[in-house]
Design a protein around this ligand. Structure first.
Ligand code: SUG
Length: 448
């Protein structure tokens, strides 16, 4: 099943109509800095769609993952808010506005946190495996897994090709943030690869170092569970610890400090707890797939960690082009940061594997700490697998035009924290999503 005619699809999260800034993610500097500012959900969705369209037109595999129904009334009822839907919203706004903001969060847009994905070339049974992320470090994200599982099962329904695993036990010992802490290295997307799990802490080792200021969201125990579920081969699986000091500097996911694609690892010198050991482990594992690792190392002298965090240089998409070179998809903040802009000019002139920059305005998402890489889930599929998945989510010009019209019909262009109290917003969101499920050819997508 794992043939070599394989293509990587990026499943971007379509930003939901309730996109807002609620400051819910302690440890995520942007989310914290923009708390309670007014968002523009329409602009956010259009910025995301523009990225998807541009990359699809360039010939990269591109698809979408739909937003989730909001507010999550089940969550609000579970914690004691009762009555009609409008009553529940009014009571929650009065007594627990932060929880209402959680129930309204559009955070499923960051699909790098939807699941960890192992392509068929890596797994014991040749199927593509998905483990839905439990995201249990934050309330607003911990509610996502139910719909995420439903969505993945709807798109990757064919069990001859795909295995979708439910989220790990919902407890801090198994904190799992999905693909944001996972890197796949290989000779080509269809070839056997090395899967790298980057974790922030160990639950069952008191001796292991951990950050002191901000939470480490991913545990080693969770990473190992995902590798087991996917049937990965031990010699092609590597576990690396993120440097706790960079988590404390705002690197809440590994994809804020390193990114890999094919045989290239683009990383900051402070990404891992012991750089030399990390590289040795990666090079050793790469021998099992007969591929030499190529590294693009960014020293702190060129880009200090704080600039990496504010510009999201590493939250970039590294995409293989047909000519064998790679393009780096970066947010425009990278152009606005002097150190990063200078570094990127040098990188383009260096003659290395990355020879093109593609820059997008993703400001609405960036203000919540979500760059180009957060917005997408990578799924490498063989031709047969690509034909077996639901086709209605694949981005093309027709879908783009329909989605832009849908966004313009349903989305508000400003959302302030107090707007979450408006019962009309809940009705608008659900009307929009009901129409979307028809538009995507997934009539049973939501459980309204
Ligand atoms: O989990 N922000 C997200 C950003 C996720 C970025 N993903 C990756 N790095 N892959 C988070 O911290 C902020 C929501 C708010 O504050 O309203 C938020 O959830």
């Amino acid at each position: 099943m794992s043939n070599h005619a394989s293509r990587e699809y990026n499943f971007d999260g379509l930003v939901g109509p309730s996109h807002n800034y609620a400051g819910l993610s302690f440890g995520n500097v942007a989310s914290f800095n923009n708390v309670k500012s007014t968002s523009n959900p329409r602009e956010a969705a259009l910025q995301g769609l523009e990225k998807m369209r541009t990359l699809a037109l360039r010939g990269f595999g591109q698809a979408i993952l739909p937003p989730q129904a909001r507010p999550n009334l089940r969550l609000l009822r579970q914690i004691g808010f009762g009555g009609s839907d409008a009553d529940v919203i009014a009571k929650a706004y009065k007594a627990a506005p932060e929880v209402l903001a959680c129930a309204y969060s559009a955070s499923p847009m960051w699909t790098a946190n939807a699941a960890t994905v192992s392509p068929g070339a890596d797994t014991a049974d040749g199927r593509t495996h998905f483990t839905v992320a439990n995201l249990n470090n934050k309330l607003h994200r911990a509610q996502e897994h139910v719909q995420t599982e439903r969505t993945l099962r709807a798109i990757f329904r064919d069990q001859a090709h795909f295995a979708v695993h439910a989220a790990l036990p919902q407890t801090p010992a198994f904190g799992d943030e999905g693909a944001a802490n996972h890197i796949r290295l290989c000779g080509g997307h269809g070839a056997r690869g090395v899967e790298v799990f980057v974790y922030g802490r160990e639950e069952f080792s008191r001796a292991a170092p951990a950050p002191v200021r901000f939470p480490a969201r991913q545990t080693l125990e969770a990473s190992k569970a995902v590798a087991r579920l996917h049937g990965l081969e031990e010699r092609r699986t590597v576990y690396l610890q993120q440097d706790p000091a960079v988590i404390d500097a705002g690197v809440f996911h590994n994809d804020v400090i390193s990114v890999g694609n094919a045989d290239v690892l683009f990383y900051h010198e402070h990404a891992f707890i012991d750089e030399r050991c990390a590289l040795d482990a990666l090079r050793g594992a790469m021998r099992a797939v007969d591929t030499e690792l190529r590294t693009v190392r960014v020293p702190a002298a060129a880009v200090p960690v704080r600039d990496a965090v504010s510009s999201y240089l590493f939250n970039s998409q590294l995409l293989s082009k047909p000519d064998g070179r790679m393009a780096l998809v970066v947010p425009q903040e990278c152009r606005e940061n002097a150190a990063v802009a200078h570094y990127l000019d040098d990188l383009m002139a260096s003659g290395g594997p990355i020879d093109e920059l593609i820059c997008f305005d993703l400001r609405q998402s960036m203000r919540n700490g979500g760059g180009p890489a957060c917005l997408r889930l990578r799924v490498a599929l063989s031709d047969a697998q690509a034909a077996a998945m639901h086709q209605g989510v694949i981005m093309n010009e027709t879908l783009y035009v329909r989605l832009v019209a849908w966004v313009n019909r349903h989305y508000r262009d400003r959302l302030a924290p107090s707007d979450l109290a408006d019962p009309q917003l809940a009705i608008e969101v659900n009307t929009a999503l009901a129409e979307l499920s028809t538009l995507l050819g997934l009539p049973d997508l939501y459980e309204f």
